[in-house]
Design a protein around this ligand. Structure first.
Ligand SMILES: [Zn+2]
Length: 627
């Protein structure tokens, strides 16, 4: 098998269902390549190969984890692990919206097994719309406009798609050849026109795995296509939501409301950067109560064959001319920066000596940014994870920062990432890595909070992330903007961060926990340099203690694991330190900030205390009422 470098891969092929979509994707490869060893941070498993000389990596979500959060987590490491990545193809199944206007034109209506491509049109209809987010915003016209004018796919991608569509008007020889690559798999064969039944939208499904008991009188009689086994291609708007659409009336209502959308699915909204992305869906059901799995494999096959034909239409040289996925992400970030803001510009120039590398895991990532915000929650991870994995349960994949946005709709939630090469965290005293991270955090926060600088700010931190937050708040005396940021800070919630008490008593023990699970040689070099590191942390802790006294309880401290919420004020700091000393840890440090589900005690602790603190803040009262 051929083995290429990471730099050779330019196309990411993403799918959600291992047993149908992934199987079909792998069958579409001309050649399979030898797998590469990637950085441990990238938790995806890839299949490597080529199609028409495009080098392709295929990535699939873990079983049973559909939805846009999973999709975002799948796509995020791609540009980091493969620096020359140019396009992402989201290839899989979706639900079709029958077109009542053209119902009697079988060649134009949507049938099972057809392929839908998300395609923006001249009237401004976008390729993909996240409808449930818009529904949540109510009648806010401005927000609807923002959410529905997402970036359009690159013109080169669209013109290749146009060519592909045009070829199909003339004949479909190639497409059938691509589909034949799955001929040896019985499950992926065309199920037969007699099994493609469209029920009236008012017709209920009678319980059972098939439609055996459903009334045949409710089946809409449609004229047959000339060649029913040959799928048609459609282009239009795809609606993406967090739940499976299986309600025909809701389907029709939403389609009419949003650009006469022709397809529903659950993953594409995880792809924030639609410029480089095409969403290709094989239609496996009609989004009604009658949906079942019988067309799933064939629909996955037609979508995969379409994607393969697309890669045979666009040439590798054209793909290489497209901008890097990672590059444009950086450019997009810069355009948000308002250079006329002199104070901010000055702040940024102070920190310009520590530029953030263009890494998918560095900086603030937005989980939810509602228009009306009553709290700004910022998650800061520790050394054992990144801005996603630290907060994601290993088995249930429960990513609780996202669930917080569902439980507190008015919370703006972001998660901050930084390089976690542990060797840079020890043995430095003057220009410490904690200081660098704290500065990057402040820089990101100033930019992020430009539109809502008065909204109460809470940090939620794991392990060493807690020290980064403390250091950041200590730096806030440097300018007016930063002092404002500090005066809006109302809490830090620490997950297994050792504090003054622990550090003074047992510095070695307090720090070793940060490095559990690391290779032995790393541990050795760390324990050698521990004396200077613990000096640094002791100094940090004692300065932070003074800050807490100075701010008279405005910044509340919450500790997990803890016996109960611990309040700070000028009068009980000594009590606080001694309480912390007695707290014993029943968790592995790396798991301390992971919750298995909404019933997890850690999640309950976080949600309860965030709500409580929000309620205590005068600005937040209105926001609490909507949750
Ligand atoms: Zn039925």
């Amino acid at each position: 098998m051929l083995r290429l470098s990471r730099e050779a891969y330019t196309v990411g092929w993403l799918c959600a269902l291992p047993l149908s979509e992934l199987v079909a994707a792998m069958k579409m490869l001309d050649d399979e390549h030898e797998p590469l060893n990637l950085e441990i941070e990238d938790e995806n498993t890839y299949v490597y190969g080529s199609i028409n000389k495009h080098n392709v990596v295929i990535a699939c979500m873990p079983p049973g984890q559909p939805g846009k959060v999973s999709a975002a987590r799948l796509i995020q490491p791609l540009s980091h692990s493969f620096p020359n990545m140019r396009i992402h193809l989201f290839v899989g199944i979706g639900g079709g919206v029958p077109q009542s206007v053209v119902l009697q034109d079988p060649e134009r209506d949507i049938h099972l097994g057809d392929v839908v491509v998300g395609w923006p049109d001249l009237t401004g209809a976008p390729a993909v719309v996240q409808y449930d987010l818009i529904e949540r915003q109510g009648d806010d016209v401005e927000m609807q406009r923002l959410l529905s004018t997402s970036e359009k796919p690159d013109r080169k991608l669209l013109s290749a798609l146009g060519l592909l569509m045009a070829k199909h008007v003339g004949g479909r020889k190639h497409f059938s050849q691509h589909l034949q690559k799955l001929n040896d798999l019985v499950d992926f064969k065309y199920p037969g026109v007699e099994r493609d039944k469209l029920y009236a939208s008012t017709s209920p499904h009678i319980a059972g795995p098939t439609c055996e008991k459903c009334s045949p009188d409710h089946v809409i009689l449609r004229e047959s296509r000339k060649l029913p086994a040959q799928p048609k291609f459609h282009q239009g708007t795809i609606l993406c939501g967090d739940s499976v659409m299986k309600d025909a009336r809701k389907r029709d209502e939403l389609s009419a409301k949003y650009f006469n959308a022709i397809c529903f699915e659950m993953e594409a909204a995880g792809v924030i950067d639609q410029k480089h992305c095409l969403v290709i869906r094989g239609i496996s059901d009609y989004c009604d109560g009658h949906k079942n799995g019988s067309w799933q494999s064939y629909a996955a096959a037609t979508a995969a064959a379409f994607a393969r034909e697309f890669l045979y239409t666009i040439q590798p040289s054209t793909v290489r001319e497209l901008p890097h996925v990672a590059e444009t992400a950086v450019v997009a970030g810069n355009t948000n920066f308002n250079a006329s803001n002199d104070i901010l510009a000055h702040q940024l120039s102070l920190y310009a000596s520590q530029p953030s590398p263009p890494d998918g895991r560095i900086g603030l990532k937005t989980i939810s940014c509602p228009q009306i915000k009553t709290a700004d929650l910022v998650f800061v991870h520790g050394l054992t994870g990144n801005r996603e994995t630290t907060w994601t349960h290993d088995y249930t994949n429960f990513f609780w920062p996202y669930t917080i946005t569902e439980d507190i709709r008015s919370a703006c939630v972001t998660t901050f990432g930084y390089k976690t090469d542990q060797s840079i965290f020890v043995g430095k005293s003057d220009s410490s890595a904690v200081l660098d991270c704290a500065r990057n955090l402040l820089e990101s926060l100033l930019q992020h909070r430009k539109s809502h600088e008065d909204v109460p700010l809470m940090f939620i931190a794991h392990g060493i992330g807690g020290h980064i937050c403390e250091q950041a708040l200590l730096l806030c005396k440097e300018s007016l903007e930063l002092r404002k940021l500090r005066s809006s800070t109302c809490a830090i919630m620490f997950f297994d961060t050792p504090h003054s008490g622990d550090i003074l008593a047992q510095p070695k023990l307090a720090f070793e926990k940060y490095f559990t699970g690391l290779p032995m040689n790393a541990k050795e070099s760390i324990s050698e340099s521990l004396p200077s590191s613990s000096d640094l942390f002791q100094r940090l802790e004692s300065e932070f203690k003074q800050l807490l006294q100075h701010t008279h309880g405005q910044i509340k401290i919450f500790d997990w694991p803890s016996l109960e919420e611990q309040r700070t004020s000028a009068t009980n700091v000594t009590d606080l330190v001694s309480t912390r000393q007695s707290v014993t840890t029943q968790f592995k440090h790396a798991d301390a900030a992971k919750c298995s589900n909404k019933q997890d005690k850690g999640y309950d602790f976080a949600l309860r205390n965030i709500r409580k603190r929000m309620y205590e803040m005068p600005q937040s009262v209105a926001g609490i009422l909507d949750t």
